[in-house]
Design a protein around this ligand. Structure first.
Ligand SMILES: Cc1cc2nc3c(=O)[nH]c(=O)nc-3n(C[C@H](O)[C@H](O)[C@H](O)COP(=O)(O)O)c2cc1C
Length: 278
């Protein structure tokens, strides 16, 4: 079952402009007298009425305290206080008001959390993360990420891919030494994952491993974790270090961890520049 929370507004056009342009919530459904916005797992509706309903609180949560700080910078004009910790709920948050006086709260939970992001948000907001907190990903969370990785597509459904979790610091350092500066993100998180595929199983080992790597980036994002591709890892020296057979293919090695940096939605080429119809 899905759900929508509706509020009455005295000025639908104005409120639409605010939630869409200032808070950047995509308009999910425009029903004329009501407008419904989508934000992650939240569907938030406003309907034209004589009087605005302003009771309650609309809380938005983001993965990390640094995201709360970034939001505070862009939303300073509507904020009513500065970001601060609230130990009672183990959150980091600030308060703001919408133009009709509703309480808005922007927060991050300071403990591991089942993340709620839509596939669309995962696709648009995933970024390469090169700074991480020192907190290792709990095993339970890692297993949930790998559970999602079971569903990556593979040539002939051979499921030739596999992941090698590398926790040994000296092994990670040797790998980075082989790669040079572009490999440094590997050392930024407590551990890293090599994404490989079995040569004996698939004639499409390169594609299988690359898709499995991208599946991992998205599965990690779905759980609030960051990753960063480091390529040029399909080398005998790396395979020797990891005990990977020489006929297998290593698509990349990725750090995985809790991001210590955040980015707005990036600017990218317009669709018209990379799609053509024949
Ligand atoms: C095939 C591939 C190879 C990459 N190799 C590296 C790498 O060796 N080191 C690194 O720091 N980032 C690497 N990246 C990350 C890219 O720099 C990054 O995806 C790109 O700048 C776009 O930024 P975004 O991922 O934050 O959207 C690689 C990404 C891809 C897809």
């Amino acid at each position: 079952m899905n759900g929508i929370i509706f509020f009455k507004t005295a000025d639908l056009a104005f409120i639409k402009e605010f939630y869409n342009k200032v808070l950047e919530l995509p308009l999910w459904l425009d029903q004329g007298k009501c407008a419904i916005f989508q934000n992650g797992n939240m569907l938030l509706g406003f309907c034209q009425a004589d009087k605005a309903e302003t009771e309650g609180t609309i809380t938005f949560f983001v993965p990390a305290p640094s995201d709360v700080d970034a939001l505070h910078k862009t939303l300073q004009h509507i904020a009513v206080d500065a970001p601060k910790a609230n130990p009672e709920y183990s959150i980091y948050h600030f308060w703001a008001k919408d133009p009709e006086g509703r309480n808005l709260e922007f927060q991050a939970f300071k403990h591991p959390l089942e993340t709620h992001i839509s596939l669309e948000e995962g696709l648009t907001m995933r970024r390469s993360i090169r700074n991480y907190t020192s907190q290792p990903v709990p095993q339970e969370m890692l297993e949930k990420v790998f559970e999602l990785c079971r569903y990556a597509p593979t040539a002939c459904n051979m499921q030739s891919y596999y992941y090698v979790v590398i926790k040994q610091r000296d092994v990670l350092e040797k790998i980075v030494n082989l790669r040079g500066p572009a490999g440094e993100p590997i050392l930024a998180s407590p551990y890293a994952i090599a994404v490989a595929s079995r040569g004996e199983l698939s004639r499409r080992k390169v594609q299988d491993a690359c898709i499995a790597a991208y599946h991992l980036t998205l599965a990690a994002k779905a759980h609030g974790l960051g990753t960063c591709w480091v390529t040029d890892m399909d080398k005998d020296e790396v395979k020797n270090l990891l005990g990977v057979p020489h006929d297998d293919y290593i698509a990349c090695i990725m750090p995985i961890g809790f991001p210590a940096e955040s980015f707005p939605k990036p600017k990218r080429h317009e669709v018209s520049s990379f799609v053509r119809y024949v």
